[in-house]
Ligand binder design. Structure first.
Ligand code: DX5
Ligand code: ZN
Length: 222
């Protein structure tokens, strides 16, 4: 199984993004957390900043939208040419229409669920998205602890994807570190967001290698 490590730039130095992007060039992508201060209590950045990130990044940008009114805004992020746009099901009204609009730009599309949202909320759409994201912390802040109940959720979601013979990427975001990534990979996740675990490491490139190695080890038990 392919394993992907995507550092979250929520933990980066926003005054030195170009330097911080370069420090994680061995990653598989960069996870970009867009927060609007409404859907989540925190506020990060919006379209103009993601546009510049897309211009300077050599890695694919995986945009995680934690904002209201996705029906209007998701496609605008996709139009920037980013690699993928992931939307929270809790914040989308016309889910199928918005998925189609994002896909029509050439971007990959994902659906995310908060810790309290059951996987049944995204089940009807599994066949028409490229990735699903299980939040393993309450969205809004980096550096929180992994919620252990997420493991069963990932397991259940993986079982559903397998039952439908779908190769949809299964992403997990929040509290991922070297201590738990192997166990999380053993539940079927293949795409790992890690913010503080990468950015606080003394050697970021090495931390990405170590995370990938441990995740691979966990995935071999599947
Ligand atoms: C939280 C964000 C995460 C966060 C992860 O709302 O979606 O991407 O940056 O940070 P860590 O890995 O520190 O939990
Ligand atoms: Zn995120």
């Amino acid at each position: 199984m392919d394993i992907r490590i995507q550092p979250s730039i929520l933990s980066a130095d926003f005054a030195n993004l170009e330097t911080d992007f370069a420090s994680i060039s061995s990653a598989d992508g960069i996870h970009v957390d867009v927060m609007d201060g409404h859907f989540v209590p925190n506020l990060t950045f919006g379209l103009p900043v993601v546009k510049r990130m897309q211009e300077i990044s050599t890695l694919p940008l995986d945009v995680h939208l934690m904002i209201e009114d996705l029906d209007r805004w998701a496609v605008e992020y996709a139009k920037l040419g980013v690699f993928s746009v992931t939307m929270h099901i809790e914040s989308c009204r016309d889910v199928v229409g918005t998925i189609k609009a994002v896909k029509s730009t050439g971007s990959r599309v994902g659906l995310a669920i908060k810790p309290a949202t059951p996987i049944s909320a995204i089940e009807p759409y599994l066949a028409i998205v490229d990735q699903v994201l299980v939040m393993s912390v309450e969205p809004g802040f980096g550096g929180q602890s992994f919620i252990p109940e997420s493991l069963q959720k990932i397991r259940d979601l993986k079982a559903k994807l397998n039952a439908l013979s779908l190769s949809t990427w299964l992403q997990v975001d929040g509290g991922i570190n070297l201590e738990n990534i192997e166990a999380v990979a053993a539940t079927g996740a293949d795409t790992f967001v890690a913010g503080s675990a990468v950015f606080t490491a003394s050697d970021r490139a090495q931390s990405i290698v170590s995370l990938r190695d441990s995740a691979l080890k966990g995935s071999l038990t599947l």
